[in-house]
Design a binder for this molecule. Structure first.
Ligand SMILES: Cc1cc2nc3c(=O)[nH]c(=O)nc-3n(C[C@H](O)[C@H](O)[C@H](O)COP(=O)(O)OP(=O)(O)OC[C@H]3O[C@@H](n4cnc5c(N)ncnc54)[C@H](O)[C@@H]3O)c2cc1C
Length: 432
């Protein structure tokens, strides 16, 4: 590692934690019984809690670390339509009607989050700057432009093509072959958004207990008994909201989600003229690589936050800083001397069909598998699963009833990941 790569005040914790320090929730006592126990205090768990607490249920949210310690305060704050498979692929698997409804649900989640943040008055730098999705090969550019021209009827999104000759309007690099701007994609500060959700859930009457790992969930009469590191709680309903941190307490779910590390760095503050040259607008950015780069200006436009997958296996934040810096400089050579102030990672959850899943197994509710795009989808499906617990029709989603696939020989440790990531990196290098 270059000795001067890390800023003197370098931290291996999320940049967002500077503006929103980890919440101090004290040391609340566990109740003996509640209506609803929720495992995980990220966006999914807190949005579910908000619904059930406002619906009059006594609500307990338990997290093994501090509230928001998982992905929900570690992400890039980029918001898209959050459904990875294309319409054709979904049609092939589920039929045209279900495919249509699933894609529409992604659109609904994107529209919903802006309305929700406004209605709840959450101050979290929410903006709709659009996304520049950059083509890393000429072939990808042609494919993207064609896809935008031929969007499925009824599923059109506002978007326009940016040819390579006009790319500098979007980004100060020649490394791409043009791209597409998705005009209604949004951004926020994930730490502030999480804090806003936490405050709303507490105000609604939910009890949020940090540093209280759940060690088992079992049936007991008509309800459940929830074992924790700090005692036992009886609950009428249980919601699992653990996404990329889903563990041994829910083996059925653990077999269905693959934890994959995603890594981000923050640069030290850059001169305004450099920011204006490299990232002339507020747009969020992603590219067409299989092993995608995603980046954006910080909300105050002082830094670039640059994320992606750095190695075939998992690595430490310091090593991640070196590798991500290398990728950043490949796009913006003038940042070769720029130092890194923060480098961090978190575990997202991929499902085997790259769709989010929501529902109930063996009486336990769950929502997870956002495949790295969960800012709006986790919040949206957390809300919907909370409504399902309340028995409300509003809780229905296009994901209901979809089979949640597992794979033989997979029990939660992704032994196949290094080979899969290496294969995707090779495809990116060969421009396949
Ligand atoms: C680096 C990175 C960048 C990302 N960038 C983006 C982005 O730009 N846009 C986007 O849409 N998405 C992004 N994501 C994904 C997004 O952050 C997640 O999909 C979303 O936050 C998931 O929220 P969640 O509440 O379901 O899970 P999490 O926020 O991960 O919360 C799960 C919680 O469950 C707790 N838990 C687990 N097991 C137990 C147990 N047994 N007992 C008690 N508690 C337990 C964990 O401690 C954790 O706090 C990114 C993720 C990462 C890591």
């Amino acid at each position: 590692m270059r000795s001067d790569l890390l800023a003197p005040d370098f931290k291996s914790t999320p940049y967002w934690w500077e503006g929103t320090p980890r919440p101090d929730l004290g040391d609340p006592e566990l109740p003996a019984a509640v209506d609803v126990a929720i495992v995980g205090a990220g966006y999914t768990g807190l949005c579910a809690a908000l619904q059930v607490a406002r619906g009059g249920r006594s609500t307990l949210v338990l997290d093994g670390a501090d509230a928001g310690w998982g992905c929900s305060t570690r992400n890039g704050g980029q918001i898209s339509t959050s459904v990875k498979p294309q319409f054709d692929e979904l049609t092939h698997k589920h039929g045209a009607e279900t495919a249509f409804r699933i894609i529409r649900e992604g659109h609904a989640a994107l529209a919903w989050i802006g309305e929700f943040i406004a209605a709840e008055r959450i101050q979290c730098d929410f903006r709709i700057p659009g996304r520049f999705h950059a083509a890393h090969t000429r072939r990808q550019y042609i494919r993207m432009a064609r896809d935008i021209e031929h969007q499925p009827r009824g599923l059109e999104v506002p978007a326009h093509v940016v040819p390579r000759a006009e790319q500098h309007r979007e980004l100060g690099t020649d490394a791409y072959f043009g791209g597409v701007v998705f005009e209604n994609h949004a951004s926020l500060d994930p730490g502030r958004f999480h804090q806003g959700l936490l405050e709303r859930a507490l105000a609604a009457g939910a009890l949020v207990v940090p540093y209280c790992p759940v060690t088992g969930v079992g049936h007991s009469g008509p309800g459940f008994v929830v074992n924790t590191g700090r005692g036992v709680v009886r609950a009428r309903d249980v919601v699992i909201a653990t996404n990329g941190y889903t563990g041994a307490i829910t083996p059925w779910l653990r077999r269905r989600v693959v934890p994959i590390g995603s890594y981000i760095i923050a640069t030290e503050p850059l001169p305004p003229a450099v920011m204006d040259r490299l990232m002339p607008s507020e747009r969020i950015v992603s590219d067409s690589r299989k092993v995608v780069h995603y980046y954006r200006p910080s909300p105050d436009r002082t830094r670039i936050l640059f994320g992606g997958r750095v190695t075939s296996g998992e690595t430490r934040a310091r090593k991640g800083a070196t590798l991500l810096h290398h990728n950043l400089v490949a796009l913006f050579p003038e940042l070769s001397r720029t130092r890194i102030s923060h480098s961090w990672m978190g575990f997202v959850a991929y499902s085997f069909d790259t769709l989010a899943h929501v529902g109930r197994h063996d009486g336990v509710y769950y929502a997870m598998g956002y495949c790295g795009s969960g800012v709006s989808m986790a919040s949206y499906l957390g809300t919907r699963i909370g409504q399902q617990v309340l028995g409300l029709a509003a809780g229905r989603t296009a994901f209901d009833g979809l089979r949640f696939p597992a794979r033989p020989l997979y029990h939660g440790k992704p032994w196949f990941l290094p080979a899969a990531v290496s294969w995707y990196c090779l495809r990116d290098r060969l421009n396949l």
